[in-house]
Design a protein around this ligand. Structure first.
Ligand SMILES: *Cc1c(COP(=O)(O)O)cnc(C)c1O
Length: 370
């Protein structure tokens, strides 16, 4: 099918290099889970999963049962952990597709045991302890005899013990040490009771790279693998995997005093060229970037002027600047030595790169390089 000119190019060669670099930072015997939830942060879960496994990741992480099931349908056989809560009505589906489950409440546990027995399938459970994040997870205080008995149940496989940090990306150590200590206490309680799950995991990208002591024997890597900031400044070896590009589709010349776009939020101060680019907030190029973001055309930075519409935006150029219909426009990526990253756009919106890339809508075709 012929495509619209606005595309996200996913450089799988860069993704593989990022994975290899991250792997090289890990302590010996630490395995890597490639986190591909939310369609691999907007990069495309199937392709990213394949590339990450090829580059040395041994585990995959998703947020939803649907996401794990889709990967199974696409032929992915590697272990997949559903990181979010598995709803009651999806427990059997998750087990049938051999998805590892995060469990932290007795009801889900009992249901999983029953479903596993009914399906004659192993039930792989990762017990999640909340050591300070405040979302899903069992309080360490509630990890008691009853839980120990549950985990000894031969009807399940106690595959992992896990927690999640609230401030791994922060400049100072805010509570991470305390979280680690609470986690170590639970690990110790398990050990004293003869429970040694094959996987013990806590670290996301920021923790794994900044605090190697939190790696245990598995790390859950998302953002760093995509080459975006897990914390600032990001290691220079990691390169952004996603590029967002479009084309100039129209050029017009206006006089001084022309009001551009909805709400007339930009008034020209001199005669200008106005270039139309067919990308808008329905593509995930957020309206909040109006009159703030820049784009690259012919290797130079130009401002997005006026409001970003649902499907189009306008760029201002000097009257003498050379430009032609069909010229490539880089919204995220590099051109002629200039670059604009998803993290740069995130800063303009007071958010994080995660939200920029995972917010690119399915309307943008993903094109895969290498
Ligand atoms: C998304 C997620 C990760 C990955 O975090 P990054 O900061 O992208 O590396 C790790 N663990 C859990 C539980 C997650 O939900």
């Amino acid at each position: 099918m012929l495509m619209r000119p606005t595309v996200a190019t996913i450089h799988l060669d860069r993704l593989r290099k990022n994975v290899q670099w991250i792997r090289a930072q890990l302590n010996p015997h630490v395995k890597m889970m490639a986190v591909v939830k939310a369609d691999a942060y907007g990069h495309g879960a199937h392709k990213v999963a394949e590339a990450a496994l090829e580059a040395g990741a041994e585990f995959l992480g998703v947020a939803l049962v649907e996401e794990g099931m889709a990967l199974r349908r696409q032929g992915i056989q590697a272990p997949i952990l559903v990181l979010g809560q598995v709803p009651m009505n999806q427990i059997a589906e998750a087990i049938a597709d051999d998805l590892d489950m995060v469990v932290f409440d007795p009801l889900t546990f009992d249901q999983a045991v029953q479903a596993g027995q009914f399906l004659h399938k192993p039930v792989k459970i990762h017990l999640k302890v909340d050591t300070g994040m405040g979302r899903i997870g069992l309080w360490p205080d509630h990890f008691d005899r009853v839980w120990i008995e549950r985990l000894r149940n031969p009807a399940i496989i106690f595959q992992g013990l896990m927690t999640h940090f609230a401030n791994a990306d922060a400049r100072e150590e805010r509570g991470t040490k305390e979280q680690v200590q609470r986690f170590l206490d639970v690990i110790e309680m398990c050990r004293e009771n003869g429970l040694e799950p094959p996987f013990v995991h806590a670290a996301n990208s920021a923790a794994a790279l900044k605090m190697p002591g939190t790696q245990f024997n598995l790390v859950r890597i998302g953002i760093a693998m995509y080459g975006l900031e897990a914390y600032a400044p990001m290691p220079a070896d990691l390169k952004p995997v996603l590029e967002l590009t479009s084309q100039v589709v129209f050029i017009k010349t206006v006089d001084e005093g022309f009001a551009v776009g909805y709400g007339s939020t930009y008034i020209t101060e001199k005669p200008m060229k106005i270039v139309t680019v067919p990308v808008g907030y329905a593509d995930g190029y957020r309206r909040g970037l109006s009159n703030r973001a820049q784009v690259l055309i012919r290797g130079r930075r130009y401002p997005v002027i006026g409001r970003i519409s649902m499907d189009q935006l306008t760029v201002g150029m000097d009257i003498d600047d050379p430009v032609a219909i069909g010229d490539p426009v880089v919204l995220i990526g590099e051109q002629g030595g200039e670059s604009i990253s998803a993290d740069d756009l995130a800063r303009l919106l007071d958010t994080i790169g995660y939200e920029i890339v995972s917010g690119l809508s399915p309307r943008i075709p993903r094109v895969y390089g290498n």
